[in-house]
Design a protein around this ligand. Structure first.
Ligand code: FMN
Length: 244
């Protein structure tokens, strides 16, 4: 097999990990992965991002607060009368950042997200319509699926979409380097809604805003880690030329 074929195979073998062992990550390995992340290209080489690496007690405190907020928010989302009252009297649990992620998907993208949800929840053993089980599964985002380390990615508020694009390139290098070193990762938009919790633990300039998190650690042998999300085909990727 040629090196390029091996590379393509390596790329396609990376999958999000959603069940981690608690085994700690050696700090020199984490440094290597973050160094690899920084080999990504960047707009005018500005690197408009910062990372907050949460492990140990910091990780645990953030996770506890997220779980407490999720337990309130998941009930609020059920929209019962008592829960509506709760919103009026206490804002606890409501998103403090990235509120737009709660918006419905546009029709072009919705079927893809729905397919992922359906297939993934099947693997998790969550029955269709079982909202309690669904909320419980989503809560696992807030214990970082058991990962010993959560990396919070912040982007500079300037540069607009290009800051997020640069962070995405950096994140992809990070995730591939982790994969090459036998670690698993899961990018997590779910943790983007309570930026204040992360700020409580780290000194982060107001010039930066939270983009998402990345859970990182050694994957368990749970079948959820074998889940293969669908890939769109080139026909869906490429637009047609106006002229033949
Ligand atoms: C920015 C971003 C945010 C994501 N947020 C979550 C999340 O909150 N929870 C989760 O389980 N997966 C999350 N994912 C993982 C995607 O669902 C996953 O990448 C996609 O389904 C493709 O599967 P794969 O990573 O296994 O190839 C996120 C991915 C990205 C890039």
């Amino acid at each position: 097999m040629t090196t390029s074929e091996e590379f393509s195979k390596f790329l396609s073998s990376r999958r999000s990990t959603r069940d981690f062992l608690s085994t700690p990550i050696p700090s020199d390995l984490l440094d290597q992965i973050l160094t690899d992340a920084l080999t990504a290209p960047s707009w005018s080489n500005t690197r408009p991002f910062k990372v907050a690496v949460a492990s140990g007690d910091v990780r645990d405190r953030i996770s506890s607060e997220f779980l407490a907020r999720w337990s309130v928010l998941s009930k609020i989302m059920r929209k019962g009368f008592l829960n509506k009252l709760r919103i009026i009297y206490s804002r606890y649990g409501l998103p403090t950042s990235n509120r737009s992620i709660a918006k419905p998907y546009p029709s072009e993208l919705k079927p893809r997200a729905e397919r992922l949800g359906k297939e993934l929840y099947e693997v998790f053993g969550v029955q269709r319509g079982d909202k309690d089980a669904r909320d419980k599964q989503w809560a696992k985002n807030y214990s970082f699926f058991g990962a010993p380390v959560e990396i919070f990615v912040f982007v500079h508020k300037s540069l607009h979409i290009y800051a997020a694009s640069d962070a995405g390139l950096m994140m992809q290098n990070l995730m591939l380097s982790a994969h090459a070193h036998g670690l698993g990762t899961c990018a997590q938009g779910a943790v983007g809604v309570w930026e204040d919790v992360v700020r409580e633990e780290f000194e982060i300039s107001k010039d930066y805003r939270l983009l998402c998190g990345i859970a990182i650690g050694y994957p368990s042998d749970s079948p959820v880690n074998d889940f293969g999300a669908n890939r769109i085909g080139l026909d869906e990727l490429m637009v047609r030329p106006r002229r033949k």
